[in-house]
Design a protein around this ligand. Structure first.
Ligand SMILES: [Zn+2]
Ligand SMILES: [Zn+2]
Length: 356
C-alpha cells in the first residue's frame, strides 16, 4: 500500500510503498476512511524544534507513517481482541496509556507516565490501512459521520479546554490562537454558555472564520490586544478566562495581562522555548488559576463531544476548508501556508487493493 511517510530529519515527507500492516493479537486492522492534518504533522513535515522535542519525548523511530487523526472501519481483528468486531466504525485515541502506572490506576490515564503516541511512537494513519490496539479505539455513534469521526481527536482537546476552563454562563472568554483547535474552542464555548468570545490571531483567513462563528476578533499585529480586551471588559477589567492555543512564547507573556483578578487560564499550545512571567504580579497578586492540558480525557471527553454532535449542537465540519487524497499530500501541506482551516484526507484509493 502507499502511505505518507516521514523517513528522516529533513524537511518534507514521502508517498511510498510500504507493507500493509498485520494486526497483532490485541490489535484491529482499520480501513482508513478520513484522516485529518494536525499541527504535530505540520511540525513533522517541517522537522522544527517542536518536532525534535516531541520525537525525543515519545520515541520516534524513522521511517514511520505520519498522521493520528482518523476514522475508519474495522476489517480484521487480532486473535485476543474481545471488545471490537469487524464492521465497526471507529476513531482512535492518540495518547496510548500503559494501563499500569499510578495515573492509569487512578482515573488519569490521559496523563499516563509511560504514554506512547500514535503516529509518533508507532505508525500512524496517512495510509489506506492502519492498525491500533483495541483499547484505544472509540466506536462512532451512527449519527457521527466518518468526516466528523476524524475530527474527534482535535476537537476533543477543545472541549476538554472548555471543560477545564469551568466556563460560567456569560463569561468573557479570550481564545488566543485561531488554528483548528482554537476554532473548535469558539464553537464549543458558545454552546457551553460563554458570553463574549474574543479570538486573537494574525491570520486574516482564520480571523474571518472565527468571526463567522460568532467571535469578536483581534489581529495582534494591528492592535494592542491587552488594551482592546480592557476596553471590551470595562465592568471587570479583563477576561474571565483565557484559553491559549497558539503555543507562542510571546503570547504566553501577554495572556496574564488579559485576565481579570481571580481569572482563569487554560494552556493548550506548547511553546518550544522558556516563558518569562512576572509570577508575583501576574499569578499570586492576581489570584490566577492556571491549568495546562495535553490531550483528552479517556473516554469522558469523547462521550461529551459525540453527545454534542448527535444533538446537533455543534457542526465540526464548519472548521474544514479543504479535502485531498493521500497522493495529494504535498498540495495539502502547501495549502496550510496559503491559508486553511482543518484539512481532511479522504481515502479514495480503495485501500490500494492492487498493490496490497
Ligand atoms: Zn492531533
Ligand atoms: Zn500509565
Amino acid at each position: 500500500m502507499k502511505a505518507v511517510v516521514k523517513s528522516g530529519t529533513g524537511v518534507g515527507l514521502e508517498y511510498k510503498d510500504i507493507p500493509k500492516p498485520v494486526p497483532t493479537s490485541n490489535e484491529v486492522l482499520i480501513e482508513v476512511k478520513v484522516a485529518s492534518i494536525c499541527g504535530t504533522d505540520i511540525n513533522y513535515y517541517n522537522w522544527n524544534q517542536s518536532a525534535k522535542d516531541f520525537g525525543e519525548s515519545f520515541d520516534i523511530k524513522f521511517p514511520f507513517v505520519i498522521g493520528h487523526e482518523f476514522s475508519g472501519t474495522i476489517i480484521e481483528v487480532g486473535s485476543a481482541v474481545t471488545t471490537r468486531f469487524v464492521g465497526q466504525r471507529v476513531a482512535i485515541e492518540t495518547h496510548i496509556p500503559c494501563g499500569k502506572c499510578f495515573q492509569c490506576e487512578n482515573g488519569e490515564a490521559h496523563n499516563c507516565a509511560n504514554m506512547s503516541v500514535y503516529g509518533t511512537s508507532c505508525n500512524g494513519c496517512f495510509a489506506p490501512y492502519a492498525v491500533a490496539d483495541e483499547k484505544i479505539t472509540f466506536v462512532l455513534p451512527d449519527e457521527v459521520s466518518f468526516e466528523e469521526g476524524a475530527l474527534l481527536e482535535p476537537s476533543g482537546v477543545a472541549i476538554r479546554a472548555v471543560e477545564e476552563a469551568k466556563i460560567q454562563p456569560g463569561d468573557t472568554l479570550v481564545i488566543n490562537g485561531c488554528g483548528p483547535i482554537g476554532m473548535f474552542v469558539v464553537m464549543i464555548a458558545l454552546v457551553s454558555g460563554a458570553g463574549r468570545i474574543i479570538a486573537i490571531d494574525m491570520d486574516e483567513y482564520r480571523l474571518r472564520m472565527a468571526e463567522k462563528m460568532g467571535a469578536i476578533t483581534l489581529n495582534f499585529t494591528k492592535c494592542n490586544t491587552v488594551e482592546e480586551i480592557q476596553k471590551l471588559t470595562k465592568d471587570r477589567n479583563g477576561a474571565d478566562v483565557v484559553i491559549e492555543t497558539s503555543g507562542s512564547e510571546k503570547a504566553y507573556e501577554t495572556i496574564f495581562d488579559m485576565i481579570r483578578l481571580e481569572g482563569r487560564i487554560v494552556t493548550v499550545g506548547n511553546p518550544s522555548g522558556f516563558v518569562n512571567i512576572n509570577w508575583t504580579r501576574n499569578v499570586n497578586l492576581k489570584g490566577a488559576s492556571i491549568k495546562g492540558i495535553f490531550g483528552r480525557r479517556i473516554w469522558s471527553t469523547w462521550h461529551h463531544l459525540t453527545s454534542l454532535i448527535t444533538a446537533k449542537r455543534v457542526n465540526l465540519l464548519d472548521v474544514v476548508t479543504h479535502r485531498f487524497s493521500f497522493a495529494e499530500y504535498e498540495e495539502a501541506f502547501q495549502q496550510i501556508k496559503v491559508g486553511a482551516g482543518k484539512i481532511l484526507f479522504i481515502n479514495d484509493t480503495k485501500g490500494n487493493k492492487d498493490d496490497g
